[in-house]
Write a protein that binds this ligand. Sequence first.
Ligand SMILES: *Cc1c(COP(=O)(O)O)cnc(C)c1O
Length: 408
Amino acid sequence: MSDDSTARVSAGWARFASMLVQGGRSEEIPSEGVFVNPPVSRGSTVLFPDLASMRQKGLRSHDHEVVYGAMGTPIQHDLERLIAQVEGGTHCQVVSSGLAACTTPLLTYLSAGDHLLLPDSVYGPTRRFADTMLARLGVETTYYKPLATEAELLELMRPNTRVVFAESPGSHTFEVQDVPMLAKVAHAHQAKLLLDNTWGIGIFQPFDHGVDVSIQALTKYPTGHSDAIIGAVTVADEGGWRLLRDASIQLGQVAGPDDCWLTLRGLRTMGVRLERQSRSALRVAQWLRGRPEVARVLHPAFEECPGHAFWKRDFSGASSLFSVELRADLSFNAMQDMIDALAMFGLGASWGGYESLILPTTGGVRRSIAGGVPEGPTFRLHIGLEDPDDLIADLEGGFEVLRASSAG
Ligand SMILES: *Cc1c(COP(=O)(O)O)cnc(C)c1O
């Protein structure tokens, strides 16, 4: 990896630090003073003084007006403004989970008889939603190789292809996609390009690269403390926004005010957390790369990561989530013994909190049609705020268990 890439891994986050701190807060400070953080107001019913005022606001507001709790509370709209700013979009809808942030725009922009393109590296529950509910609703899905060329994609496009979905890098397998090319292909067919940008929040500017709708599991780095489930959908333009806002209201998509407050609070420190976590992750990844048991470290900043050139071209940083593929002659069981022996890495789903995590990459995720599918047993690491030397020492102990388990 070049020195340029090393510096870039944590630089992108620093660029966003000021926006994360200043955005989504009241600009005008009243003479009587105001708390730094916006208050949480919990509510369902909003009372109006008379019918004329109620009718004026309208109960199906597309704007960030407060008309009924199911259309969002003031703190949700503060969060929406900040996410739209970070993503560089015009409007944002906060929803109940990261998965809802994937499913809500799919339900917005697809109808019975339409065709959807999904990358084979897509987050498992998004795949399941397409294979079950969208199929039942009459939407057909074709999976494409995350690194398909323009010609290969054009062959998959049909007259009824309405959405091209991307996720970059891919869950578990970390293929970085050529998003500007995907946008070109989608737009040539009047289809929308939806991007799951959870890994790249702040360091990949989706709307500069032709994305129409950007998806975030705010559950991850934005919340940052593994204590809330929440998602966001941000759009490039007004037309896309009206459709999305309507669908969100029809689906009853909203997030609880306390979760919005936790996420806003998490975002204030996201720049500094990620600056540190991405640097620690790179150190741990570089150490892992030198281990004899390791075949490949799938970190977008490394040349051996599929699509590394796109990362270099389009991203201003890296986050702290990557995968490690062991040598193909090592068994899943030996890896299991290693994982169970680790003391500092929590074993569990999700990522983006302050704590380090490990998760084996299992059958479902590896059912990829794409080239570059891991051959050896593979695990995904999320690097938290611990001292990276402690994490490396823990992994070193894990490799000793792996060796003993393989020999015995
Ligand atoms: C975690 C995740 C989601 C889903 O988020 P939840 O809040 O857990 O529902 C969606 N996409 C990606 C890429 C994720 O990592």
